[in-house]
Design a protein around this ligand. Structure first.
Ligand SMILES: Nc1ncnc2c1ncn2[C@@H]1O[C@H](COP(=O)(O)OP(=O)(O)OP(=O)(O)O)[C@@H](O)[C@H]1O
Ligand SMILES: [Mg+2]
Length: 259
């Protein structure tokens, strides 16, 4: 190959890599004899909503916790925004994790802080010095985004389950993460509130071009938001495709998620 052809090829590969936000290669994670993740290979593309399905206990939460370092992987490679995580120092890890938002399976709000204080907290922690006016307008924008403008002076205990989820979402989104990880965002909510949350996830994708992984058991939510779906089974990604592909899969086990 000529030098020119080599550099064109390299440039093309770089462009493709820029479009990949998370890449997992042969990821393994065990807890004692419990081999939860056995050989996970996965890519998440820029701007996509990637839905992860799988039976309870298959390692969905462990998988996304590994992305933010809440779970340390045993083997394999993990690339985030083009960087090999195992080669980063502590400061570089902190910087990259600032670009990732995590909506926990439980909303994990600070119950001793008002709604406003719950939103100010991540801003203060991440931005250290931020003018009061700016903080105020970011808090109001975040609440408007999730339809909670009226609740600014309430306590989390005064909110319904769906409102708490939305506040959890606002608190994560206020830092405008490039990558969002949603762990069961609609679990425990009625179908109408679940649909509202699903629409919010779609809005976040459109408004900020966020790349998201969404773990869910809610097939209506998956149908609405997924650009691509991966099904976990026995520690590997057992099936992958669009909602339509998997719903009509030749494999009965894969189809069973959609019945
Ligand atoms: N910190 C931990 N220490 C030991 N075992 C763990 C830990 N975290 C998870 N596990 C185990 O890993 C397995 C996968 O757990 P995980 O929470 O990822 O499941 P899940 O697919 O998210 O399930 P669900 O749909 O119920 O949320 C389970 O067997 C769980 O007991
Ligand atoms: Mg889980």
């Amino acid at each position: 190959m000529t030098t020119n052809a080599t550099s064109i090829k390299a440039e093309k590969e770089n462009k493709q890599n820029d479009l990949i936000v998370v890449r997992m290669e042969h990821l393994n994670k065990s807890f004692g004899n419990n081999h939860v993740l056995q050989d996970i290979n996965l890519v998440m593309n820029k701007g996509e909503n990637l839905v992860i399905l799988g039976k309870s206990g298959t390692g969905k939460s462990v998988l996304i916790k590994s992305i933010v370092g809440l779970v340390e992987i045993d083997e394999g490679k993990l690339f985030i925004l083009g960087q090999n995580i195992s080669q980063l120092n502590d400061n570089e890890l902190i910087e990259i994790r600032k670009k990732i938002g995590f909506l926990f399976q439980s909303a994990a709000l600070y119950d001793s802080m008002t709604v406003r204080e719950n939103l100010e907290f991540p801003l203060r922690r991440q931005l250290h010095t931020i003018p009061k006016d700016e903080m105020n307008s970011l808090v109001k924008e975040a609440l408007l985004n999730v339809g909670l403008a009226e609740t600014i002076d309430l306590w989390p205990s005064e909110l319904s389950g769906g409102m708490r989820k939305r506040l959890g979402l606002a608190r994560t989104l206020i830092l405008k993460p490039e990558i969002m990880l949603y762990d069961e965002p609609t679990t425990g909510l009625d179908p109408i509130t679940s649909k509202e949350i699903s629409h919010l996830i779609l809005e976040v994708q459109k408004k900020y071009n966020t790349s998201s992984i969404i773990i869910t058991h809610d097939i209506a939510c998956a149908k609405l938001i997924a650009n691509r779906i991966i099904v976990l089974k026995d520690g590997i990604c057992a099936a992958e495709g669009s909602y339509g592909d998997l719903k009509d899969s030749a494999d009965a086990w894969t189809r069973s998620f959609f019945e």
